[in-house]
Design a protein around this ligand. Sequence first.
Ligand code: FAD
Length: 320
Amino acid sequence: MAEVLVYVDHVDGAVRKPTLELLTLARRIGEPVAVALGAGAADTAAVLAEHGAVKVLTADAPEFTEYLVVPKVDALQAAYEAVSPAAVLVPSSAEGKEIAARLALRIGSGIITDATDIEAGDEGPVATQAVFAASFTTKSRVSKGTPVITVKPNSAPVEAAPAAGAVEALAVTFGALATGTKVVSRTPRESTGRPELTEAAIVVSGGRGVNGAENFHIIEELADSLGAAVGASRAAVDAGWYPHSNQVGQTGKSVSPQLYIASGISGAIQHRAGMQTSKTIVAVNKDAEAPIFDLVDYGVVGDLFAVVPQLTEEIKARKG
Ligand code: FAD
């Protein structure tokens, strides 16, 4: 069976959920071979094996943390040359997309970014993408070289699929470009205790209707009752009510959770572009004609200051 390279996104050995989702998709088209780089790379092996990795190629070197992206591309290319895979899957993070694009260029292959599904096809893997602000779904396949595909978080279930997960050291020779851009400092974002926006299973977002930074606690409390991430429309971000890192939409982040709750958000096309692939969409808006109601699964016409706190209380009560 053909091998499929899966680039592992991890923090000091803790594998992030989008990588486990990639393993589910990789198993549909071949045998997953994971590539884990940097500090803690070998610690990823057990969890990767539990989710289907037949092999885990690891490499650690200061270059992976001291320099931006290119050392990781050098390593992924080394893995590609060692394995000759049928496809390379990379998580669709900002870094993942840069790594994937650089690899595709180096190996002369086509690339598909932000896929939301992958299935086996007669002539190679077929990837699904949402395009034109998610108004259309396309299915495509790479027709040149080895398909390089980046996949959005929450696109596939995490499945237990025990495999060998044998750890092998990957020999990497860094090229001249590897040390071209040095990291001069790192400042970890203050932790809110909430899940990362693009990976969260549930996202609760607030818009202009929230009417001030001082009211965003209503959105946060609903999010916390559900273990959700908090998002915001650009209107709320531009008004300075919530950080840009939480903006959902064309010029913000693209999310695809199981549940998206929009409160006081009208549903402009640029906002929809970042959330329309959510599995279930709920909106609270006092205007029954708001365009967001065209795409919801459940809509509440009402004042968010009355509806959202009641919803939060009800969820807390049911959780006991
Ligand atoms: P509004 O459109 O003003 O809607 C507010 C809604 O709240 C209304 O529907 C109103 O009925 C409702 N409301 C008011 N009070 C209450 C209440 N008490 N209870 C319940 N409902 C209430 N937007 C994004 O979000 N993300 C992007 O990434 C983005 N990128 C853009 C890129 C470009 C190039 C451009 C031109 C625009 C972009 N926009 C983006 C902006 C977008 O066009 C909209 O202006 C924006 O999404 C509107 O935000 P909103 O829905 O919060 O505000």
